[in-house]
Design a protein around this ligand. Structure first.
Ligand code: SAM
Length: 218
């Protein structure tokens, strides 16, 4: 039987999914992933009561869990079929990783802050997620050992497209990365083609900086 806390979060979760639909998210697989993954288990206890607001929340170490709409938009843009191998840069809370684990076959995720990676690992264990491989390190270099990837998502802002990430895509694979300054960016989609790559600027976004060799300096 559902506990009162689970019931309380269940109602809030359904309201968040309705809000995402009202804000234009149509992909039913993405909406189902939001229904399946309990966001309150991916945020610190102090902000758990706000877990189903469509808002970014602090997760410690100066970082944030992104706004649910941003995660939903990223996932809708990727249009995953369930067969893909996906690389995520910036594990953060692990919530988007968990959504990806429902939408792709295998997920690889890199986080530079070890304490956040450990918290995320605990949340993966608590939610029974098994198709995720994690690493602590500079994700602007990608994770070449397991390349190529069908899709790469960067959850932090970069001054330019990190070359290693494009090189680690399959032909036809796509990279989503916020490009711009430390405060404001444009979400860019890069598709690897047999001839090289195609870039498309999508929409204005705001992310914390990608700190690393192919990102910003610390
Ligand atoms: N999708 C995540 C979530 O909602 O929890 C995003 C978290 S936050 C917006 C971005 C994350 O990128 C932070 O945890 C930050 O530490 C991480 N990050 C920044 N630079 C990085 C790098 N070079 N390699 C790996 N992770 C990085």
């Amino acid at each position: 039987m559902a506990t009162p806390v689970a019931r309380q979060f269940g109602g809030a979760r359904r309201r968040l999914i309705e809000e995402l639909q009202q804000k234009g998210i149509k992909d039913m697989a993405v909406l189902k992933a939001f229904d399946d993954v309990p966001r309150h288990l991916f945020v610190p206890t102090g902000v758990q009561h706000r877990a189903y607001e469509d808002a970014p929340l602090p997760i410690g170490h100066g970082q944030t869990i992104s706004q649910p709409w941003v995660h939903a938009r990223y996932l809708e843009l990727l249009g995953l079929t369930g067969r893909e191998r996906v690389l995520e840069i910036g594990t953060g809370s692990g919530f988007q990783t968990a959504l990806l684990s429902r939408l792709a076959s295998q997920v690889f995720t890199v986080e530079r802050i070890a304490a956040l990676a450990e918290e995320a690992q605990r949340a993966f264990a608590a939610t029974g997620i098994a198709n995720v491989a994690q690493r602590v390190g500079d994700g602007s270099l990608g994770w070449p050992e397991f390349a190529p990837y069908d899709a790469i998502l960067v959850g932090a802002a970069s001054p330019d497209v990190p070359r290693p990430l494009v090189e680690q895509l399959t032909i036809g694979g796509q990279l989503l990365v916020p490009i711009g300054g430390r405060d404001e960016q444009v979400l860019v989609r890069v598709r690897r083609t047999p001839e090289g790559e195609e870039r498309m600027s999508l929409e204005a976004v705001r992310f914390v900086p990608l700190i690393g060799t192919h990102g910003f300096r610390d």
